[in-house]
Design a protein around this ligand. Structure first.
Ligand code: FES
Length: 102
């Protein structure tokens, strides 16, 4: 069982069971987690799935395309910024959703 915790900007949390193979973005969208817009459907072309996440084992490094798109986030980019569409659902992962995506 893979569980992801989404921390909302207001301090509340949503704990969601992810399906194997789904991304952090897709898990959020399928479960109506607010704050993940995902306009491009997961192609690393919109930056509206921005989250803050601590690097843990099992997460890929930031690829060039993701790095470029992270410069376009609506909320300030941090050292822990990622595109949730590029993150696999890893058990125990906690992501913080920014106040705005647009
Ligand atoms: Fe568009 Fe992630 S869904 S960049």
């Amino acid at each position: 069982m893979t569980t992801i915790v989404y921390e909302h900007a207001d301090g509340s949390e949503s704990t969601i069971l992810a399906k194997p193979g789904d991304s952090v973005m897709r898990t959020a969208v399928l479960n109506n987690v607010p704050g993940i817009v995902a306009e491009c459907g997961g192609n690393a072309m919109c930056a509206t799935c921005h989250v803050y996440v601590a690097q843990i084992p099992g997460l890929p490094e930031v690829a060039d395309a993701e790095d470029e798109m992270l410069d376009c986030t609506a909320a300030e980019r941090g050292a822990d910024s990622r595109l949730s569409c590029q993150l696999p659902a890893v058990d125990g992962l906690r992501v913080r959703i920014p106040e705005t995506q647009i």
